[in-house]
Design a protein around this ligand. Structure first.
Ligand SMILES: Cc1cc2nc3c(=O)[nH]c(=O)nc-3n(C[C@H](O)[C@H](O)[C@H](O)COP(=O)(O)OP(=O)(O)OC[C@H]3O[C@@H](n4cnc5c(N)ncnc54)[C@H](O)[C@@H]3O)c2cc1C
Length: 372
């Protein structure tokens, strides 16, 4: 006998977790499913002040999670020139941003979702997905069991691959793709300045791409810096056969980052694709895509986690509207689509303007391609 839920959410990253929390708050039953174990490293560390506000609205408190989040008050950017421009959140009315350890952050959201009544099922794959009359029927498979689940509404929160929506015929429209080489540096930094600035988010342009680094929360006396180097697909191919050595060599030529991580030890390198893309459509009869599944931004925007949390909350409200009206709510769904298109158009224009500002390497294909 299949278990029934109001809403099934596939993908338990920030977007899916926020949706599960909001649904629980609204009194709807939800199952949150993810294929991952939430042990392996995840990338994307800085939550902007807007996102912190949404997080607080979801019932998440920094003082309960000092082991996995720390305030990030400074953004230091050497973008147009090698001289860093420092901006501070000190005068931001919303307060500071947060630097997060992921996936511990996601786990803290799962705990709140459970408190609000959601069933959280990790290490589980969705084998079958069918819409029968007004219900979704899903076959779930985890290591030790298979389970059949029914739901009245489906939320795709599977990240940029939008796996569920694409099964339903939606298509990804990709504007640009970067490849991120991600590493975490541990141990003691050689430079005292770096040690005292571990909370800063540092962004630097480079001849073949750009780089970010951010201090992660750690226990007293230890330091941990997450670092991402973003290049295009052609440059990424030259990292073979030893991406770790290749990354170390590259980072050693990026001044602020090199100084920051000097003397520290590099972890294994994780390679991630970062597309800038929109999904079309992002909703249909009885389903909605949220977070990166609906639209995915360049990490330079530092908006992905905040957007995931916000669209997750909104999805909870939309699902309630659809379920209480006992039919699809085309006007609310078209409002969501209109807001999403407007946000992507704004992001896309700002992104192009930002890349065009870098004129330091006129012969570089990376910057030439993004100046067009
Ligand atoms: C290099 C890099 C740096 C970034 N830096 C930042 C930053 O500093 N600040 C910021 O705000 N954003 C940053 N981002 C973006 C941010 O990480 C994402 O926007 C955010 O994680 C999106 O959340 P999400 O919940 O939509 O998707 P995700 O976090 O991708 O979660 C999707 C979940 O779905 C699960 N899943 C996928 N497919 C299936 C399936 N078929 N079945 C079951 N489960 C499935 C996955 O296991 C995953 O848990 C960065 C991204 C990259 C790549």
């Amino acid at each position: 006998m299949a278990e029934s839920f109001d809403v099934a959410i596939i993908g338990a990253g920030p977007a899916g977790s926020a949706a599960a929390i909001e649904l629980g708050t609204l009194g709807l039953s939800a199952i949150l499913v993810d294929r991952s174990d939430f042990v392996t490293r995840r990338v994307g560390e800085h939550l902007n002040p807007q996102g912190v506000k949404t997080l607080e609205d979801l019932g998440w408190r920094l003082d309960c999670h000092l082991d996995l989040a720390r305030e990030g008050t400074v953004v230091c950017s050497a973008w147009e020139s090698s001289s860093p421009v420092v901006s501070s959140y000190l005068f931001n009315p919303l307060g500071a941003g947060l630097n997060l350890s992921r996936p511990a952050f996601e786990k803290s959201l799962h705990a709140i979702a459970k408190e609000r009544g959601a069933v959280v099922q990790l290490e589980t794959n969705v084998l079958g997905l069918h819409q029968l009359n007004d219900e979704w029927l899903m076959q779930l498979r985890s290591l030790d069991q298979s389970r059949e689940v029914r739901a009245k509404f489906l939320i795709d929160a599977t990240g940029w691959k939008a796996s569920m929506a694409r099964r339903l015929g939606a298509k990804r429209h990709v504007e640009d793709t970067l490849v991120c080489f991600h590493a975490v540096f541990g141990g003691m930094p050689r430079s005292l300045t770096a040690k005292h600035e571990t909370e800063a988010l540092i962004i630097e342009s480079h001849d073949q791409g750009w780089c970010y680094s951010v201090g992660l929360p750690t226990s007293k006396g230890s330091y941990s810096i997450a670092c991402g180097y973003l290049v295009d697909l052609a440059t990424a191919a030259s990292s073979k056969p030893n991406p770790g050595k290749w990354l170390s060599n590259r980072l050693s030529t990026i001044p602020l980052t090199a100084e920051r991580v000097a003397g520290m030890e590099l972890s294994t390198v994780k390679i991630e694709l970062c597309p800038s893309q929109m999904l079309e459509p992002s909703s249909g009869k009885g389903w909605l895509a949220i977070g990166d599944a609906a639209s995915c931004f360049d990490p330079l925007a530092s908006e992905g986690i905040a957007k995931a949390l916000k669209t997750g909350r909104e999805a909870g409200h939309l699902a309630r509207l659809v379920l209480t009206a006992n039919r699809d709510s085309p006007s609310s769904q078209s409002d969501v689509e209109a807001t999403r298109h407007a946000a992507f158009a704004k992001y896309s224009t700002e992104r192009k303007q930002l890349y065009k500002k870098v004129c330091r390497w006129p012969d570089s294909r990376f910057w030439q391609n993004r100046a067009e």
